[in-house]
Design a protein around this ligand. Structure first.
Ligand code: AR6
Length: 207
């Protein structure tokens, strides 16, 4: 399926302008976040909201890919993030990761806004992933809009995030460009490649 849908990974440093955090309300914590010296990548579930990718299938792929990479992490960890405690993808992934005995110090789920993980939840992340669009354009909605809105400075100065990794996942939404028209053979293959690129990119920038 390579090349059927554009998929890209961009590494960029967040800018360093200073801006005060106005909202220090506590975020939600699902696991021990205090291990501040561990290199951490926080990532959203790629393609499962605006791009309408099936949650069951996406959760299988996330757990499969995390399991593949978890042993290569050395002193690093992966955190799947979503906005609410009711998140279906978080509960599916949590249950499947527990079944596979994935080390919860190396991988866990976390409820919070990915642009405020440290200031609101006490979770320090060196890198965060974005669920991007095919033009890597700011705006739109979802996590893409939130990250671009915060990228002017708070991501670096307030949250300590040094890298944003943009990931374009498969699109199942017929209202968006390059829809795969419910072709989950292609969709699953592209989503697997997306997570492979994300985790490989994270490992390479953190080394
Ligand atoms: N913090 C944490 N998780 C979030 C946040 C946030 N601030 N916002 C959304 N999520 P989506 P996609 C979760 O729709 O399906 C954009 O407009 C959300 O609940 O952001 O890959 C782009 O420009 C879900 O679990 O990305 C593209 O056009 C996950 O992030 C398109 O949407 C991904 O949801 C990409 O669609």
């Amino acid at each position: 399926c390579k090349g059927t849908t554009k998929q890209s990974l961009l590494l960029g440093a967040a800018s360093k302008e200073v801006k005060e955090s106005e909202d220090m309300a506590k975020g939600s914590v699902d696991a021990d976040v205090s291990a501040g010296d561990i290199t951490t990548l926080a990532f959203p579930s790629i393609s499962t909201a605006d791009f309408q990718f099936n949650n069951e299938k996406a959760s299988d792929i996330i757990v499969e890919k995390v399991e593949e990479f978890v042993n290569k992490l050395e002193n690093a960890r992966l955190v799947l993030v979503d906005l609410s405690h009711g998140s279906k993808i978080l509960s599916l992934v949590r249950a499947k990761a527990a079944k596979r005995n994935i080390d919860s110090k190396k991988f866990f789920t976390f409820v919070g806004d990915i642009t405020r993980l440290y200031s609101q939840g006490g979770l320090h992340c060196n890198a965060i992933a974005n669920a991007s669009n095919w033009r890597l354009k700011p705006g739109g909605g979802g996590v893409n809009a939130a990250i671009f809105a915060a990228a002017d400075s708070p991501l670096y100065t307030r949250e300590g995030v040094s890298h944003v990794i943009h990931v374009l996942g498969p699109n199942m939404n017929p209202q968006r460009p390059n829809s795969l028209n419910n072709d989950y053979t292609k969709g699953c293959s592209i989503l697997r490649e997306a997570y492979t690129s994300l985790f490989t990119g994270f490992l390479s920038i953190m080394r």
